[in-house]
Design a protein around this ligand. Sequence first.
Ligand code: C2E
Ligand code: MG
Ligand code: MG
Length: 533
Amino acid sequence: MRRNSVLAVAFGLAICAGVLPLLAAYYISRERAFVLERRHLADYAEWTLQRADLNISRARTALETVMSEQRETCSAADITRLQEITTATLSVEEIAITNGGRVICNSWGPMRDEEHVSGEPIPLSDGYMLRLNGGGLSDPSQGMLVVSHGEFHALLKRERLVDVLHDTPMLLGIASLSGQPIMVSGDADPALVSRLVSQQVSGFNESEVFSSRRGKDFAAFAISSRSVVDWRTDGQLWKMIPIGIGVSLALIALVVWISRQRLSLAGELMTGIRRKEFVAHYQPIIELSTGRCVGAEALIRWPRPDGSTVRPDHFIPFAEDHGMIGQITELVIGNVIANMKTALVEHRDMHIAINLSPEDVESGHFLTVVSDALKHTGVETSQIWLEVTERGFIHADIARATLTKARDAGHVIAIDDFGTGYSSLSLLESLPVSVLKIDKSFVDAIGQNAATSLVTPHIIEMAHSLKLEMVAEGIETVEQEAILVQSGVQYGQGWLYSKALPFDEFMAFYKKRNAGLEDGGAAVPVGAASGNV
Ligand code: C2E
Ligand code: MG
Ligand code: MG
């Protein structure tokens, strides 16, 4: 990713960071508005139930008074008393007395017509009955509810059951527990009403929000239009938008900060490349059967002005992502040849391994860089090994073409970190590779109970059968070394021998390590690790 790409990604992320929290604020406000409205409606359904119970219990009290005073003869005194009780009882419009179902009088006087109580009674708790229509009880009784006990009847207006004051527009309704609607304070969809009274629900559809409640005698419900939710959403937005703006600003600041970091690392890397700040350190490679140092792997280091050194893991992947790795490889090749040319000419059996990135393999540019750098040095191309990880084989045909050119030029090709990728056996056979570097994780597993410890012998066996030489990476103990020697692994590198060393220290190590051997004496004992990282 180059500077422009970083800016483009940062711009995209900043837009997302700015917009997404605001969308989230709107979404949360809307959801919250729905929840609040449903809760609000559930409260009103509950209050409607209480209102209905209150009215019914007033009717009961009135009837209890009439019954306790044994007023069943419809005498003038009885009628006067019925009137008094009716007037004194809120909600009750009329009280009537029947005889064998025939109405004989009500609070307004005796009945002359042959009128009978009609309508299917719905049992209420406490032995009372409810009829949804007054029937023939009296003229004004049309459309009235009747609460009865035996031959005594109290009449109530249906709307009394739902006359609950509400703070937002809504419909209130009440029905019997069996689902028979008693009163709805407006026009409601009958299908919705029957759903609401048959079970306790709370929800919404395309146009309405609703909640219902069930009590001991009735089911009540409240329905409001979704426009109320819009209004509530606006209210919630006032609270959520400032939070959304805060989160947006914080995220935008984070995106800007990360982009500046990345741009500054990109900038620093570019400056580092321009100033050729990178140096190669050398980690000795040991012939395991003799203990002799046969060469080294060049590992890049980036010294900083404050005296610290940046390790490759911290900038190589970034350089790979930002299209700068080719220039870095070029610097490493130049550095290695400048450092090592004399030593390589002096010690023909010494080699230096250079790491390549997938992009190098893809472009093949390193081939010209190496051959130019080697011109007039007297160094054999076979003394420069090239390490490629399995990631470098993703485009197998291109990799094969580049590596074949490198092999034909005389270089030794090694597969780095073997076992951590997914290259198949057939792919391996088809590549011009002659060395396999066993990844440190498999060396670490030697002698352990880990699942990877079962894989190590297979890797070694496979390398033998493909006639590949092996370098074991990251050897840290003599036990690992002993098992590797026993398994026929030819070379090794690791802290058991030495960490990666600056050029001078590596040459000192090389000479000291091999001195005894060249004199015919014993090799420097294994484990004599030295040097810095
Ligand atoms: P690598 O090529 O697999 O190098 C081996 C890494 O293992 C090195 O880390 C080395 O210091 C470390 N190592 C060796 N022996 C031991 C040991 O006994 N114990 C432990 N714990 N570690 C050990 P380093 O130098 O940090 O390099 C890391 C990776 O960076 C390298 O892995 C390689 O993939 C990459 N790299 C290094 N230099 C270059 C370069 O010039 N070009 C490219 N493209 N990549 C490079
Ligand atoms: Mg390597
Ligand atoms: Mg490696």
